[in-house]
Design a protein around this ligand. Structure first.
Ligand SMILES: Cc1cc2nc3c(=O)[nH]c(=O)nc-3n(C[C@H](O)[C@H](O)[C@H](O)COP(=O)(O)OP(=O)(O)OC[C@H]3O[C@@H](n4cnc5c(N)ncnc54)[C@H](O)[C@@H]3O)c2cc1C
Length: 387
């Protein structure tokens, strides 16, 4: 492989890297090469709950959310691979007048941006998600267009379709260095040899800062550990993903009625090493505290068994938005810092990154708002309030 070459190398085979690889081949006829140090999707992508939404506070995220939902609806015809996507909605619960006002204002903003957003009474919310205790809440904001995508079928779909169109994927192959000459990327060193390349995309998720450091590009990322537990099936459980920002938790009913439960108040902040962060992270203490809290909303939870659980690392930026685009090193691009929405943004972001890598510009959305240099500018995008 020492004489191998490719126009573009992608570091990282999560949802973002595989989507970019696919769009390079499909939209630009560029046969890129992707290196993944483990298995495809084995980073943050495999830990994601799979939530998909267009309910954000910043217009750019709403726009990306709307486009992503449209993409997921038409995935099979665009990509030629099956996708497990359902629009079961999102429902944000509230308990106080202050939050009621906040959600009412947001619903108005969202409707102005083409998003279906309805305020529901406590009784209606409890009908929308059977098992929810109406007495525990004041009401809810309901977004019926939101839903759930399976991160595995998404990543595998993009990867298979990219390979069918001429791209190459090397799994179990870490990129160990990115070689720069005269200020421009010329090659990547990998565990399987050197590749001469014209451009590199750093799509390494929680490891993106380490890849950036290979070329002296600093990325303002911080990491935290988020944990999820899965219960035995609850009879009749179905409906939207239910989020309670005041009580800091969310619940989603799987197709078989199992509940996927997350206590965001138990996130572990300031994780230093993404390699070791998840080890032994979901234990009895987490289950106990999560169950105690969430059964106030869903009393039936007390009768269920905990059957599974996992932790995963999320990458955060100071303003809750991803970092996308070129850097000071010619040919070195980044797509990282997606916090809790990298899976759902991957189709739209991957298409834009492919444009940037192949042509140097994109008109899919205003990607400049998410450029790395925004942190030094005065015209910064507002922080995302629902990151
Ligand atoms: C518990 C939890 C719940 C979440 N829920 C949601 C959700 O509901 N909806 C949503 O959209 N998002 C969710 N997210 C966030 C989402 O998982 C991430 O934003 C998304 O997976 C980022 O994708 P990625 O491709 O950028 O990174 P990753 O999936 O992390 O992929 C990066 C890949 O790079 C590889 N890599 C790293 N370094 C190298 C190297 N040197 N050489 C080669 N390969 C390398 C890694 O092995 C990894 O596979 C959640 C995250 C967690 C942890």
């Amino acid at each position: 492989m020492s004489d191998a070459s490719a126009p573009v190398a992608i570091v990282g085979g999560g949802a973002v890297g595989t989507s970019t690889l696919f769009h390079l081949a499909e939209q630009h006829d560029v046969a890129g090469v992707l290196f993944e140090k483990g298995q495809l999707g084995s980073g943050s992508t495999s830990k994601a709950a799979g939530g998909v939404r267009n309910t954000y506070t910043t217009p750019l995220n709403v726009e990306i959310g709307n486009r992503a939902i449209d993409y997921f609806q038409t995935f099979e015809e665009r990509v030629g691979e099956p996708l497990d996507f359902r629009q079961n909605g999102y429902m944000y619960l509230y308990h106080t007048d202050e939050w009621a006002a906040r959600w009412r204002d947001l619903a108005v903003d969202l409707r102005e941006q083409g998003v279906t957003a309805e305020i529901r009474s406590a009784a209606d919310a409890a009908e929308t998600f059977p098992g929810l205790d109406a007495a525990a809440i004041q009401g809810a904001l309901y977004g019926p267009d939101c839903g759930h995508v399976d991160p595995h079928s998404l990543t595998q779909g993009f990867a298979s379709a990219a390979v069918d169109r001429g791209a190459t994927i090397h799994t179990k192959t870490a990129v160990t260095d990115v070689v720069v000459e005269d200020g421009a990327v010329v090659a990547v060193e990998t565990e399987a040899g050197r590749y001469a390349v014209g451009a590199v995309l750093d799509a390494a998720g929680p490891w993106a800062a380490r890849v950036g450091a290979m070329v002296g590009v600093g990325l303002p990322l911080s990491f935290f550990l988020r944990r999820i537990m899965v219960t035995s099936p609850m009879e009749g459980a179905s409906g939207p993903l239910v989020i309670d920002p005041e009580w800091e938790c969310y619940v989603e009913a799987e197709r078989n009625g199992s509940l996927l439960v997350c206590d965001t108040a138990q996130d572990v902040h300031d994780v230093a090493d993404p390699d070791t962060a998840t080890e032994g992270s979901v234990g009895y203490d987490y289950y106990l505290r999560t169950t105690e809290k969430v059964e106030r909303l869903l009393p039936g939870l007390a009768d269920l068994d905990v059957v599974n659980g996992w932790g995963g690392v999320q990458s955060h930026t100071p303003d809750g938005h991803a970092i996308l685009g070129p850097t000071d090193v010619e040919g070195f691009h980044v797509a990282c810092g997606f916090s809790g929405h990298g899976v759902q943004q991957s189709p739209v972001v991957g298409a834009a990154m492919a444009d940037l890598l192949a042509t140097g510009s994109t008109d899919r959305f205003d990607v400049d708002q998410l450029a790395l240099d925004r942190f030094e500018r005065t015209d910064r995008i507002d922080p995302e309030g629902m990151a």
